[in-house]
Design a binder for this molecule. Structure first.
Ligand code: NOJ
Length: 788
C-alpha cells in the first residue's frame, strides 16, 4: 500500500506536535511556570466553543500517541472513598491506585481538597506513561462550602442573575479547592412531589428549567473554562429521569415522543446550545430503552442533530445496570451497548475498562467510536488548561481565602432571601415589627443548623447553617422576648452526626411527645409563634421518594397543640418538595415557604419576617391539595372533558379539586400588584413574524416590592393536543409603592413553535391565547392569529 504524500505529511506533523505536547505537559510540576501555551499557541479566549482547529490538533496529537489501554482509560471514572454518592465501588483502593499509575483512569469523582486532589494527580503525573491529567468531579449542586438554597428553592427567585451568581460562587470555591467539574445543573423537568430529587431542579416547567439551566451553566463555566475560577458543568440527567412512574427514583419512564420532545428535551437543547461542557445520562429507561443505552438520544440527537461536542458521562453504575434492566445479557454486552449508544465515560461500572478492548477485537465497537469519545474527554482537559498545568486548581492559599468567605456568605444570604415565597399572609400578620413584645420560636427545625444545608451540601460543615432562632435573635430589638422550644424531634438519629448521611434512610419520631407541653407554654406567652416545621434535609434528594408528602412524625400534633393556645402562627416551612399544606393552610394565618435555604438560612428568613426584604419568590412547582393529585402541573392538557363541578363524567376528582392549592408561579408580597391594559401589537402575524404584548403593572400597596411578571400562551388547536397554558417569558421588576411600569414581551416563532406531528419544530397557523399575570392562574387574556 502506498501512502499519499499529504497523508504522510499530516502524519509527521501530528506525530511531532504530539511529542511536543506530551513532553511539554510532562515536564510540568506543581510550581512550574512553563505552560503548554508557550509550546503551542493558546486555543481560544472563549473556551466554551469547542470547534477550534488548534484545539483539535492538540487533541489529535495526543490521541496519536495513545495505546488502546490508555484510550480506554480516559473513558473511566472512579469514585474516591470518602464522599461516596452511590453504592460501594466494586473495586478497592489498591486496585484504583494501580490503574491510576498506569494512566488508565480519565477522571475521579468524590475526591475533595487541594491536598487530596494534588496527591491523586501526582500519582498519574509521576507514574503513567503519557501523564494525561485527571479531571476531578464532584456534586457541587447548591454550593461548595458556602451553601446556597437547594436548586428548587433558588429557582423560586426567578432571578437569573442571582442564580448565575450563586453558581459562579460555587464554581469559584470548588476551583479554589482543586476541583474542575461539577455534576450540575440538573435540568430534569419534575412534576411529581413524591420524587425526592424534585429538590434538585427548577421544578415543573420546561421554559423555566431551560432559562435557569442556562443561567447555572453560565455561572459555573463563566466565559472561559481556562479561567482558574470556573469549572465544567454537566447537564443531567439525559433524559426523562424526572418522569419515573409513581415518583419512584430510578423508575421506568413511559412517555411518548410528544412529551419527550416538547417537555423534557428543550432544557437539554438549551444547555447544549449554551456550550455546557458535559452531559450525564440517566438511570431510567424510556419507553423500553435505558437512557444509558439510548443511541437515538445520545448519538443521533445530542451529538448528531444538535452537533454538541462535549462528552457524556454515565450515571453511577448505569452502564452495568443495563444488565439489571434486562437490556444487556451481561456487563460486556452493557459496555458494547453503552459505547455504541454514545456514552463516553463510565462512572463506577468498571465495564469499559474490562471489556472495550475485547469488544474492539471482536468488532463489536469501533476504534472510531472509542477515539471520538477519547477526543471529547481530552478536549475538555485542554479547555480546562490541565495539560498546561495539571495542578493549576491546586492552590492552598486560594482554598484558604476564597472558600466560605464573608463575600460569598453575603451573596448566599441575598440569594436565600430572594428564594423565599410568601404563601399566605392573612391580615398582614407579616412583616413583624422588630420591637414586637415577644415571639415564640417553636418546632423541630427552629434551631436546626443542619437541615437548612439541604441534601446536596457538598463540603458544608455539619451544623453550620444559621438557624431560624439565630436569625430572629440577631434581628429583633433587645427588649423583645424570645421563647424557644423545640417541641418535638423530627427524626431519630441513625448515623453519627457528621457522617455521610447521604446513603442512609431516615427514621421519624412518632412517639416522643415529651417536649410538646413546654412548646405550648411558650406559645401561650408570646404575641406570635414562628413554627418551623417541614422536612429534614435528607427527606428529599436522591433515593428519597415518599408516598406521603405531609408532615412526618408528630409535627401536626405540635401544630394543633400550639394552635389551641395561640392562633397567631407563622409557619416557617423548610422543605425540599411541594408538601401537602391543605390542613395547615386552614389552621394558620401565614405560611412562609423557606425551602432548605443554605448557610445563611436564618438570617435570610429574618430579613423577610421583619420586613428588611419584601418577599418576591414565586413557586416553580405546584403545591397540591393532597398527594393523590401527583403528578400535578399547571400546563396540563384540556382533555376532551375539561372539569365541570356539576356532573361526574368530567376529568377531575370527586374528593379534591383538580387544580393546585398553591399554583405554579404563585407567591405573595407585602405589597399588592395590579395588572391592566393588556395589549397586543398585532392581531395577525405570519409564522415567521413577531409581535409584542405589553401590560401595565402597578404597585397598589404601601411597600416597595418586586413582581415576577409572567407570560403564558396557549396554542388553541394543534396537530397534537397542546397544554392549556405554557410559560413563555418572565421579567422580575421592581416597583416603588404607587408606581406603574409597562412590561413588554416579544413573541416570535421561537415562542410559538412546538414539536409537531411532522416530528419537526414548527409554528402552526391558528389562534393563540396570551395571558400576562402574577401566576399561572393569570386571568387577563388577549389573542392573536398566525396566518399562512
Ligand atoms: C448519582 C446521581 O444520579 C447523579 O446525579 C450524581 O451526579 C452521581 N450519582 C454522582 O454522585
Amino acid at each position: 500500500m502506498r501512502l499519499s504524500p499529504s497523508f504522510f505529511y499530516k502524519f509527521v506533523i501530528i506525530f511531532f506536535v504530539g511529542i511536543i505536547v506530551i513532553l511539554g505537559a510532562n515536564k510540568l510540576k506543581a510550581q512550574d511556570n512553563t505552560t503548554l501555551r508557550q509550546i503551542l499557541p493558546r486555543t481560544s479566549t472563549n473556551s466554551i466553543h469547542f470547534n477550534n482547529n488548534i484545539l483539535n490538533q492538540k487533541v489529535d496529537s495526543v490521541l496519536a500517541l495513545m495505546r488502546i489501554n490508555e484510550k480506554i482509560g480516559q473513558l473511566v471514572q472512579y469514585s474516591g472513598k470518602w464522599n461516596m454518592t452511590g453504592p460501594s465501588s466494586s473495586k478497592g483502593d489498591q486496585y484504583k491506585l494501580e490503574k491510576l499509575k498506569k494512566g488508565e483512569v480519565g477522571s475521579m469523582l468524590n475526591i475533595t481538597s487541594v491536598t487530596s486532589i494534588r496527591e491523586t494527580q501526582r500519582i498519574v503525573m509521576e507514574n503513567s506513561r503519557l501523564k494525561i491529567p485527571l479531571i476531578f468531579a464532584y456534586d457541587v449542586i447548591h454550593g461548595y462550602k458556602t451553601i446556597f438554597p437547594i436548586p428548587l428553592g433558588e429557582s423560586a427567585s426567578w432571578d437569573l442573575k442571582i442564580i448565575e451568581q450563586s453558581a459562579a460562587v460555587a464554581a469559584k470555591e470548588s476551583a479554589a479547592s482543586g476541583l474542575n467539574w461539577t455534576f450540575a445543573p440538573m435540568i430534569d423537568v419534575s412534576r411529581d412531589a413524591r420524587w425526592g430529587r424534585v429538590m434538585e431542579g427548577a421544578g415543573e416547567d420546561t421554559f423555566l428549567n431551560s432559562e435557569i439551566g442556562v443561567a447555572r451553566i453560565k455561572g459555573f463555566q463563566g466565559k472561559n473554562l481556562y479561567d482558574n475560577s470556573t469549572i465544567a458543568a454537566c447537564a443531567k440527567h439525559f433524559a426523562g429521569y424526572g418522569f419515573g412512574e409513581a415518583g419512584r427514583d430510578y423508575n421506568t419512564v413511559n412517555i411518548g415522543e410528544n412529551e419527550l420532545h416538547n417537555v423534557i428535551l428543550p432544557p437539554f437543547k438549551a444547555a447544549a446550545k449554551a456550550g455546557v461542557a458535559t452531559f450525564m445520562n440517566s438511570f431510567n429507561d424510556i419507553d423500553g430503552i435505558p437512557a444509558t443505552g439510548h443511541k437515538e438520544l445520545q448519538r443521533n440527537l445530542l451529538k448528531g442533530k444538535w452537533n454538541w461536542n462535549g462528552f457524556i458521562v454515565s450515571d453511577w453504575g448505569s452502564i452495568g445496570e443495563l444488565e439489571a434492566h434486562g437490556y444487556a445479557v451481561d456487563k460486556k454486552n452493557a459496555a458494547e451497548i453503552a459505547l455504541n449508544a454514545g456514552s463516553d465515560m463510565d462512572m463506577e461500572s468498571y465495564a469499559y475498562e474490562a471489556f472495550l478492548e475485547t469488544l474492539l477485537d471482536e468488532k463489536k465497537v469501533s476504534i472510531t467510536q472509542i477515539d471520538d469519545a477519547v477526543k471529547r474527554v481530552l478536549r475538555l482537559k485542554f479547555e480546562l488548561g490541565l495539560f498546561d498545568d495539571p495542578y493549576k486548581y491546586c492552590n492552598e492559599e486560594r482554598e484558604r481565602t476564597e472558600v466560605y468567605s464573608e463575600e460569598n456568605l453575603a451573596i448566599a444570604r441575598d440569594v436565600a432571601k430572594k428564594s423565599i415565597v410568601l404563601l399566605k399572609n392573612e391580615n398582614n400578620i407579616l412583616p413583624l415589627s422588630k420591637s414586637i413584645g415577644s415571639i415564640a420560636v417553636i418546632g423541630p427545625l427552629a434551631d436546626d443548623k443542619n437541615s437548612p444545608l439541604g441534601n446536596w451540601r457538598a463540603k458544608a460543615e455539619y451544623n453550620s447553617a444559621i438557624s431560624l432562632l439565630e436569625g430572629v435573635k440577631a434581628s429583633v430589638d433587645k427588649n423583645t422576648k424570645i421563647y424557644f422550644e423545640k417541641g418535638i424531634e423530627l427524626t431519630i438519629p441513625t448515623v453519627e452526626p457528621g457522617q455521610n448521611q447521604f446513603l442512609y434512610p431516615l427514621k421519624f419520631n412518632t412517639t416522643n411527645r415529651s417536649g410538646i407541653k413546654k412548646a405550648v407554654e411558650a406559645a401561650k406567652k408570646a404575641d406570635v409563634v414562628l413554627l418551623a416545621i417541614g422536612e429534614d434535609a435528607y427527606q428529599t434528594g436522591e433515593g428519597r421518594s415518599q408516598t406521603d408528602i405531609g408532615f412526618k412524625g408528630l409535627q401536626m400534633e405540635l401544630l394543633e397543640a400550639v394552635k389551641a393556645v395561640n392562633p397567631n402562627i407563622v409557619i416557617v416551612l423548610m422543605n425540599g418538595r411541594p408538601m401537602d399544606l391543605s390542613r395547615p393552610s386552614q389552621m394558620v394565618p401565614s405560611i412562609l415557604e423557606c425551602w432548605h435555604l443554605g448557610s445563611q438560612s436564618g438570617y435570610a428568613i429574618a430579613d423577610v419576617l421583619f420586613g428588611d426584604y419584601n418577599p418576591s419568590g414565586k413557586l416553580p412547582v405546584s403545591f397540591p391539595h393532597n398527594v393523590g393529585q401527583e403528578p400535578l402541573y399547571y400546563n396540563q392538557k384540556n382533555t376532551g372533558r375539561p372539569y365541570n363541578v356539576k356532573h361526574v363524567t368530567f376529568s377531575g376528582y370527586r374528593d379534591a379539586p383538580k387544580t393546585a392549592l398553591y399554583p405554579f408561579g404563585f407567591g405573595l408580597s407585602y405589597t399588592t400588584f395590579e395588572y391592566s391594559d393588556l395589549n397586543s401589537s398585532q392581531t395577525e402575524i405570519k409564522a415567521n413574524g413577531s409581535l409584542t404584548v405589553s401590560v401595565n403593572v402597578t404597585n397598589t400597596g404601601e411597600h416597595d416590592g418586586e413582581e415576577v411578571v409572567q407570560l403564558y400562551i396557549r396554542d388553541v388547536v394543534g396537530s397534537l393536543t397542546r397544554p392549556v397554558k405554557e410559560l413563555k417569558g418572565f421579567q422580575k421588576i421592581k416597583l416603588s409603592a404607587g408606581e406603574t411600569k409597562t412590561v413588554t414581551f416579544s413573541i416570535d416563532s421561537e415562542t410559538l413553535q412546538f414539536y409537531t406531528v411532522n416530528k419537526i419544530w414548527e409554528v402552526e397557523p391558528g389562534t393563540f391565547n396570551v395571558w400576562i399575570g402574577g401566576s399561572s392562574e393569570a386571568q387577563m387574556m388577549t389573542s392573536f392569529s398566525v396566518v399562512e
